[in-house]
Design a protein around this ligand. Structure first.
Ligand code: VG1
Ligand code: CO
Length: 542
């Protein structure tokens, strides 16, 4: 029943910031999916008889890939596969299932916030036994294997009925189709004070959650509406669609514009939130105020003790390098460690496993804790709700009080998307070449204090990850970071991260782009973005 099929390698199966992401037609090439999955299995050892978790964000090509992965898992000797009903598992729910069932690992099918459909994006990511994304050592081994693979194993068997919860047998392997929501919702109930949040909703508190026709719809309906008693239709766009209704399931001010406008309007509800394609990002908007992800991380860390799951305090906070230093000030006040890692959740795993950090976050709308090993959109929403239920203040008041206490880190990210790969690389190369000449020089009155290419040494296993983004530090604490995206599927994306610290509370209500205007101009002068890309404005500002 097991067949060994001959194949030839592809040269482009290099996982990026979060797995292998390509256009659907690339994945539909002969044996493309099979090669990558077999390369995963060939790069890890000891899975015979073990459990593999499989699920995805419901986008186009999800179901076909899941059937392929299940057959290959059976042929390669896994003992059991757990798959979400309908092929659905949010990224954090998959992480939880891996941990709860002591699975060997998991395969998550998603291209996150990128659009879906026959000509749009798809992705495959491998997670290890701690529930987190495979560390670089493994992703590099997978890539190396994919370049020489010459056969893969599968079995001849009919498709599994993914819509029916229950257990079936595929050769020697058991396949369990499980409820994708229940275990995750139970975990949330353990971490947060559902009674207090329920009381708040019963008292007339109103919120809107935009699931963006992506994976979090069923989770939000169950948790917010069924378990917490929020009004029906609190969760909007809550049916996952293969093409996300034609939109980018990216919870930012561009793609979640309707929610933003609602929250800025006269009849805004008390709280607005959204999540992305695979459910690991979060957007938080209060009545009249968008909370930047960097601020959200800092505020959640400062208030986490108000939720039962964190009442004992935090062990430490970790943030990705481009994320603002707002969380650092909280860590300092709490007297706990702060860790600065490269972009991508895979770098937080060791810190969480070793008990160095409890809460982690990224400027790209990712926040999470040691309850799983992925960032977790609904978790962030629920922690906000728990804090609001205890403090009984508005989001606006909580944010402005936080700034008054800690100072405000004005922050923005400018993305130049789909630029020519060569131009993006040249821009970075030229920048890198002049780094050592920058310190001590001034641009329009801003003096550069430091300039380097971020290199990270993992404090737990000692591994080093170099070239993780160019940092330009200015006297007074302002900062510009340049890096290339590792998740895009067409051309290159240049990300410019801009940050300025303002301790004076009387200067906390300046519009962000205005507050950063001199640094934005300096970024152009330092990197020559217009010269290299021909673009005079970013594609997306967040
Ligand atoms: C982006 C974000 C990064 C995030 C990654 C995966 O990566 O910047 O912070 O971890 O996406 O998130 P990059 O390399 O394009 O900057 V997700 O929600 O797409 O899994
Ligand atoms: Co995501």
């Amino acid at each position: 029943m097991i067949s060994i099929i001959d194949t030839t390698p592809y040269t482009d199966q290099k996982p990026g910031t979060s797995g292998l992401r390509k256009k659907v037609p690339v994945f539909q090439q002969e044996n493309y999916v099979e090669n990558f999955i077999q390369s995963i299995f060939d790069s890890v050892a000891g899975y015979r008889g073990e459990t593999l978790v499989i699920g995805g964000d419901g986008r186009y090509f999800n179901r076909e890939t899941i059937q392929t992965a299940i057959r290959m898992a059976a042929a390669n000797g896994f003992g059991r596969v757990l798959v979400g009903q309908g092929g659905i598992l949010s990224t954090p729910a998959a992480s939880h299932l891996i941990r709860k069932n002591r699975a060997f690992g998991g395969i998550i099918l998603s291209a996150s916030h990128n659009p879906g459909g026959p000509d749009e994006d798809f992705g495959i990511k491998y997670n290890v036994g701690n529930g987190g994304p495979a560390p670089e050592k493994i992703t590099e081994a997978i890539y190396a294997r994919s370049r020489e693979i010459d056969r893969y194993a599968t079995i001849d068997a009919p498709d599994i009925d993914l819509d029916k919860i229950g257990t079936s047998q595929l050769g020697e392997m058991t396949v369990e189709v499980v409820d994708p929501v229940a275990d995750y919702a139970d975990l949330m109930e353990k971490l947060f004070d559902f009674d207090a949040i329920r009381d708040m909703f019963a008292g007339g508190f109103r919120m809107v959650f935009d699931a963006m026709h992506a994976v979090t719809g069923p989770y939000a309906v169950e948790i917010l509406e069924n378990r917490l008693g929020a009004q029906p239709r609190t969760a909007r766009n809550s049916v996952p669609l293969e093409d996300f209704g034609g939109h980018h399931p990216d919870p930012n001010l561009v793609h979640a514009r309707d929610l933003y406008e609602l929250m800025m309007s006269e009849n805004a509800p008390d709280f607005g939130a959204a999540s992305d394609g695979d459910g690991d990002r979060n957007l938080i908007i209060g009545k009249g105020i968008f909370v930047t992800p960097s601020d959200s991380l800092a505020i959640l860390a400062a208030n986490a003790h108000l939720a039962p799951g964190y009442s004992g305090g935090l062990k430490g906070i970790a943030r990705s390098m481009p994320t603002s230093a707002a969380a650092d000030r909280v860590a300092e006040k709490l007297g706990i460690g702060i860790y600065e890692t490269p972009t991508g959740w895979k770098f937080f795993g060791n810190l969480l496993d070793a008990g160095h950090a409890t809460i982690c976050g990224e400027e790209s709308a990712g926040t999470g804790s040691d309850h799983v090993r992925e960032k977790d959109g609904l978790w962030a929403v629920l922690l906000w709700l728990n804090i609001l239920a205890v403090r009984r203040e508005s989001v606006l008041d909580i944010v402005t009080t936080h700034w008054a206490t800690f100072g405000r880190n004005y922050y923005s990210r400018h993305d130049y998307e789909a630029v020519e790969t060569d131009s993006a690389n040249t821009l970075m190369d030229e920048l890198r070449a002049k780094l050592s000449t920058l310190p001590g020089t001034s641009i329009d009155g801003l003096t550069i204090e430091s300039a380097d290419d971020f290199s990270y040494q993992d404090p737990v296993d000692g591994s080093v990850s170099a070239n993780q983004g160019i940092r330009i530090g200015f006297v007074g604490g302002s900062r510009i970071v340049f890096r290339l995206s590792g998740t895009g599927t067409s051309g290159g994306t240049i990300r410019v991260y801009i940050e300025r610290y303002e301790p004076d509370a009387s200067k906390h209500d300046v519009e962000t782009q205005k507050a950063l205007a001199d640094l934005i101009a300096a970024a152009e002068k330092i990197a020559g973005i217009r010269k290299h890309t021909g673009r005079s404005t970013p594609s997306v500002i967040t």
